[in-house]
Design a protein around this ligand. Structure first.
Ligand code: HEM
Length: 62
């Protein structure tokens, strides 16, 4: 179960990074559409709980 959470965190972090990079690429070309600024947010909302879970896990085990 914890391995699954780590995998989810790992791969959403890749998608999150790509979404942020796409925004900067769009800014280099011109003015990106406003919705593009929000594309990293769903990934961040996955990263936050999975990351907090991995953070507290060693303390819960103790
Ligand atoms: C939003 C809040 C976040 C929290 C609270 C958080 C927390 C954590 C924690 C506790 C770990 C485990 C570290 C360990 O092994 O001891 C971790 C791993 C990791 N985090 Fe996050 N993180 C967050 C966001 C992000 C973001 C934004 C990225 C990248 C864009 C990211 C990328 C990663 C990666 C690649 C790992 C290693 C996973 C693996 O391959 O095992 N995290 N994070």
């Amino acid at each position: 179960m914890n391995g699954v959470i780590r995998q989810v965190h790992r791969w959403t972090s890749v998608l999150f990074t790509l979404a942020v990079a796409a925004i900067f690429a769009g800014m280099a070309i011109g003015e990106p559409p406003e919705w593009q600024y929000y594309t990293p947010l769903p990934f961040l909302f996955v990263l936050l709980p999975t990351g907090i879970w991995m953070f507290v896990l060693p303390y819960l085990r103790r």
